[in-house]
Structures are given as structure tokens and as C-alpha cells.
Design a protein around this ligand. Structure first.
Ligand SMILES: [Zn+2]
Length: 273
């Protein structure tokens, strides 16, 4: 069974999870408008959230990555052309061309622009999160659906899609695991999250960690385990960065598998805390 299919999350939850607390107020407005147009996830449908307890961050990221290439774009947006502005026909003054500086129109989504390019970054695993937040806010000041509510339906659609994609990009790049999976995907390397673990050492470690989480008597113990998992995530994130830089994609996938497990442990702990 395709596990990700039954793990759809409401987009509003997705968006809230995507942002630091300082951005949440604005995002609430965004959700309100956004939901009227492309709330296609149908979050009220129980059939799509059959078993929330199975939800983990990684599954969510897979869904997000799926949006970017498929469901999360209208037919019109797929025909995006970045040659000139659809409204005033001016050539873009800067790349990526999400917004026309000449007539202030939101442009259609161009899926050839990757998430790193949206944030003015090179395709590199190690990035500074603080730069992402500033750029994220800059984009939302230009392409937020609230800003075009009185404009044409076409432009409102562009704004909803562009804004949604910037949120996806922000969410993906600020999470080390999601970023690792995404950057490999850009190289044409897919990661199977359900791949069976065969390394005895890792299996043993996973069992021990799970037992420790189950036996934890108080939140302090859980937080200590969480802190250990965080260290492991950093360690394997660094290993991933090296493997990716050396284009050793097999090793990169091993790192992602490790990170996936530690990430899942943290998700489990978060539910208990
Ligand atoms: Zn224009």
C-alpha cells in the first residue's frame, strides 16, 4: 500500500508547521484566502486521514515533493514562460521570475526553477536557515494571495500557486532530512522510505532507542533522547553533505536512511511530550 496516500494533511497545518512562530499571524490570513481556491487536499475527508498515528514528517515531505511536480499546479501554470511578463510583456529584471517588478504582477509557476533558486541559493546541501527566512518573507510581500484579491482570477491563481510553492520550498529546505531527499531528487536519485534496514548494527540501535523511548518515565528522559537524536541527525547530515559533494549517491542514501530513523524517533517523542 502506498503509505503516503493516506497521510494527507490539511494544507493549513502544513503551512503552520512550515514557519517560525513569528510568521504565523500572517500565515493565518493566507490560509483563509488560500483555502477558497486550492484547498484541494480535502482535509475534512476522513478517508484521506485514515490513520494519523502513522503520520511522520518524512511522509509529509514526500507528499510535498509530489506537489511540486504534479498536483500542485494548474494547467495554466504548467505553461509558464519566463521569457516576459504575461501582463506587461516586460523582460524580467531579476531571476527567478516569480513577480514582475515593472507592473507588479505575480507570474505563473515555473517548475524548472528549483527550491534553491527560489531562495537565491546554489544547489548545495549546507545552507543557512536565517537567510531563508528573510527571503521567504520578501517573497510573501510580493506574491501573497491577499495582495491580489482584487485582480483577475488568473493572477489570483498564480499568486496562490506561487505562494504555496514558496512555502513548500521553505519547508523543505529548512528541514535537513527533507532537504537531503529533495537535493538527491534533483539529481534523479529517489529515496525509498520503506526500504528495509539490513545493517544489523542499525537494527540493534533502532531497537534500543525504541525501548528507551517506551521505557522513559518522564519528559526529562524523553528530552535527553531527543537531544541525542538531534546530535545524530547533525552527524549524519554532515556525512550526507560529504557524500553528496563527492557525488557518492549510494552513501548519501545510507545517510538519509539513518536520518529518517532518528527523525522518526523525534516525531514519536514529540507526540509523547
Ligand atoms: Zn509585468
Amino acid at each position: 500500500m502506498n503509505r503516503t496516500k493516506k497521510l494527507w494533511k490539511p494544507f493549513c497545518q502544513v503551512a503552520h508547521r512550515a514557519l517560525p512562530s513569528t510568521s504565523r499571524f500572517k500565515l493565518s490570513n493566507y490560509n483563509y484566502n488560500f483555502s477558497t481556491q486550492i484547498y484541494f487536499l480535502d482535509c475534512t475527508s476522513s478517508s484521506r486521514i485514515q490513520n494519523p498515528s502513522l503520520y511522520c514528517g518524512l511522509c509529509y515531505y514526500f507528499e510535498i515533493l509530489k506537489f511540486s511536480g504534479r498536483s500542485f499546479c494548474s494547467e495554466s501554470a504548467e505553461k509558464a514562460s519566463n521569457a516576459t511578463c504575461w501582463n506587461c510583456n516586460e523582460a524580467p529584471k531579476a531571476a527567478p521570475f516569480l513577480f514582475c517588478e515593472s507592473c507588479r504582477s505575480v507570474q505563473p509557476v515555473d517548475h524548472s526553477v528549483d527550491y534553491f533558486q527560489i531562495f537565491g541559493l546554489g544547489k548545495k546541501y549546507e545552507i543557512g536557515n536565517e537567510k531563508l527566512e528573510g527571503k521567504y518573507k520578501d517573497w510573501q510581500k510580493r506574491i501573497h494571495p491577499d495582495l491580489v484579491h482584487s485582480k483577475s482570477e488568473k493572477e489570483r491563481e498564480y499568486a496562490a500557486e506561487q505562494s504555496g510553492r514558496v512555502i513548500e520550498a521553505y519547508r523543505t529546505l529548512t528541514n535537513p532530512l527533507a532537504r537531503a531527499i529533495y537535493i538527491l531528487r534533483l539529481e534523479g536519485v529517489e529515496v525509498n522510505e520503506d526500504e528495509t534496514v539490513s545493517e544489523p548494527e542499525l537494527l540493534m540501535e533502532i531497537m534500543e532507542i525504541r525501548e528507551a523511548v517506551e521505557d522513559a518515565a518522564d519528559s526529562q528522559t524523553l528530552k535527553e533522547i531527543q537531544s541525542q537524536m538531534q546530535e545524530k541527525l547533525i552527524h549524519w547530515g554532515n556525512s550526507f553533505a560529504d557524500a553528496y559533494q563527492n557525488r557518492n549517491f549510494d552513501e548519501a542514501r545510507v545517510c538519509i536512511r539513518r536520518m529518517t530513523y532518528y527523525h522518526r524517533v523525534n516525531e514519536e517523542i514529540a507526540k509523547k511530550l
